[in-house]
Design a protein around this ligand. Sequence first.
Ligand SMILES: C[S@@+](CC[C@H](N)C(=O)[O-])C[C@H]1O[C@@H](n2cnc3c(N)ncnc32)[C@H](O)[C@@H]1O
Length: 210
Amino acid sequence: MSEMDDVLRYLETVHPAPNPLLLELEQHGRKDGIPIVSRETGRFLSVLVHMMQANRILEIGTAYGYSTLWMALAQPPIGKIWTMDTDSNRTDVALSYFKRAGEDDYITTFNQDALELLENFQQRNLDIVFIDADKRQYRDYLDLVIPMLKRSGIVVIDNCLLDGKVLRENPDDETITAMRDFNEYFLSHPQLNATILPLGDGTGIGARIE
Ligand SMILES: C[S@@+](CC[C@H](N)C(=O)[O-])C[C@H]1O[C@@H](n2cnc3c(N)ncnc32)[C@H](O)[C@@H]1O
């Protein structure tokens, strides 16, 4: 166990336990082998939503709705989340949790490829866009969503560090290469003030400045 593991364990003990539905979703995701954000990333999203009073959120990559629910539970009463995933079976599971949480009226799900959907997505003036889908398409997602953000709106990106794999160049691995390229593109994007935090699997956060 590294010192960082000890730090994370300590931090876990001092935070209050998450909402029981979030705990259930963590177990459900683990049992079914569904990749979801880390609990600390979920908490971070929740704080961002509260801080910004974010009532217009777009999410790319719903899975079982774990990250969606962290954000939904932190939204003001009139909040709205649009979330998409190509896998309708996963969305059905997500919907069952949104319903149990009383959040289903505020969350719209789509089952369509993100790039296709984003090309025609009409919403603008978004507070937050959270990207957590096909890592090879992150750059295209970013290009499509920046114009949808309000000025000072933020884009949050999961998996920027790919479990540390981005540290080692690997030309044979398309996902690692794409993520390394994406990180450089994201951090020097002229329309963003962006950084990557060593939180969860590497959390990018960029505010729209132009
Ligand atoms: C890492 S999971 C999302 C986890 C979720 N954000 C959470 O933390 O609870 C990524 C999801 O993106 C979906 N996905 C992958 N490629 C996609 C695409 N091109 N368009 C839409 N969804 C896609 C997958 O089906 C998968 O459920």
